[in-house]
Design a binder for this molecule. Structure first.
Ligand SMILES: [Zn+2]
Length: 325
């Protein structure tokens, strides 16, 4: 071997159904990736073996270069400082798994573990729609609502790393009980699960609507409501707008509290476009202070399905730079 090979940073996005590994340069340029099923039913050992094989494949496809650090992101709560997955709700059999240490030992390079929404926020801030900003909020709106907060260029984790739970901000104190135990959380009104719930109510009231007809063929999901709305079902359009309005209520509070420069929205519901985002923007503008509103841009993330995996790599890079100092 002659000369120095450029370092590669690995990122592994551990999802409930899929594992996505990426190999990137220090500036976040994607060199290669590998996507495979999680096979979560087989338990942690099998999943970890899949993760290791996936990253090995991505690094091999990158075409040379030395793996320098690895970041992993996982759904649900993680102990960032110890690199331990505590108890993800959608990965059965995982309890206090020291994932970072296991992967670190396997590859012989430093490994960090981050929550998936935090990782995606990090990627959008470093390499995506929020790059160059100092004050950024990130919201991912899909079946649930998650988020991340960047203040003065730094990721804000809070006292014990639990900050950023924007989906569980109360928007209706007398509202429905959320699965988290609290009442009237944003996630109960603005998420994909909320849209599906409103959809079921609509179907019960209007059994002859287009949505009701579609729902006889396939399960009622936010995606199906979107399909019905696209095909002209007014009721379906209205309930997507209602969910968008709820998102706007949450955004307005965040805009007033944080005075961000940019809010990056990510997740499957952003694919509904103006049907959902139009009412969200209108409500956010109406319910926030004029000064704060004039400071903020609300944009959709650029990195799409890769945001969490790229973010995991970005977190690893950040940790590497911090130790080099
Ligand atoms: Zn909640």
């Amino acid at each position: 071997m002659t000369g120095k090979t450029p370092p590669i940073i690995g990122g592994i996005d551990l999802g409930a159904t899929k594992i996505l590994s990426v190999a990137v340069t220090r500036s976040g340029r994607l060199l290669a990736e590998d996507l495979r099923p999680t096979e979560g039913r087989d338990g942690p050992d099998a999943v970890i073996a899949n993760m290791i094989a996936s990253l090995r494949q991505a690094v091999a496809s990158a075409g040379g270069g030395q793996l320098a650090a690895i970041g992993i992101d996982a759904p649900g709560p993680v102990d960032f400082a110890r690199g331990v997955i505590t108890s993800p709700p959608n990965l059965p059999g995982w309890h206090d798994v020291p994932l970072a240490a296991i992967v670190e030992k396997e590859f012989g390079v430093p490994c960090v573990l981050e929550n998936d929404a935090n990782a995606a926020a990090f990627a959008e801030h470093r390499w995506g729609s929020g790059r160059g900003s100092r004050h950024m909020l990130f919201l991912t709106v899909s079946s649930g609502v998650g988020g991340g907060i960047i203040i003065d260029g730094n990721f804000y984790r809070g006292a014990s790393g639990a900050a950023g739970e924007v989906g569980h901000m109360t928007i209706n104190a007398r509202g429905a009980r959320c699965h988290c135990g609290c009442r009237g959380c944003l996630e109960m009104y603005a998420s994909g699960i909320a849209i599906a719930r409103l959809g079921r109510r609509l179907v019960a009231r209007h059994p002859e609507s287009l949505l009701a007809r579609l729902a006889r063929e396939q399960p009622l999901s936010a995606k199906l409501v979107h399909q019905a709305a696209d095909q002209g079902d007014e009721g379906a359009r209205d309930l997507i707008a209602e969910a968008g309005h709820a998102l706007g209520v949450g955004l307005a509070s965040l805009i007033n509290v944080f005075n961000p420069e940019v809010i990056v929205l990510d997740g499957s519901l952003t694919k509904m476009g103006d049907l959902y985002l139009g009412p969200a923007r209108e409500t956010a503008q109406r319910e926030s202070f004029a000064q704060n509103w004039s400071d903020v841009r609300i944009v959709v993330g650029e990195l799409g399905d890769r945001s969490a995996a790229l973010g995991a790599a970005a977190v690893a890079l950040e940790a590497m730079r911090a130790t080099a100092k």
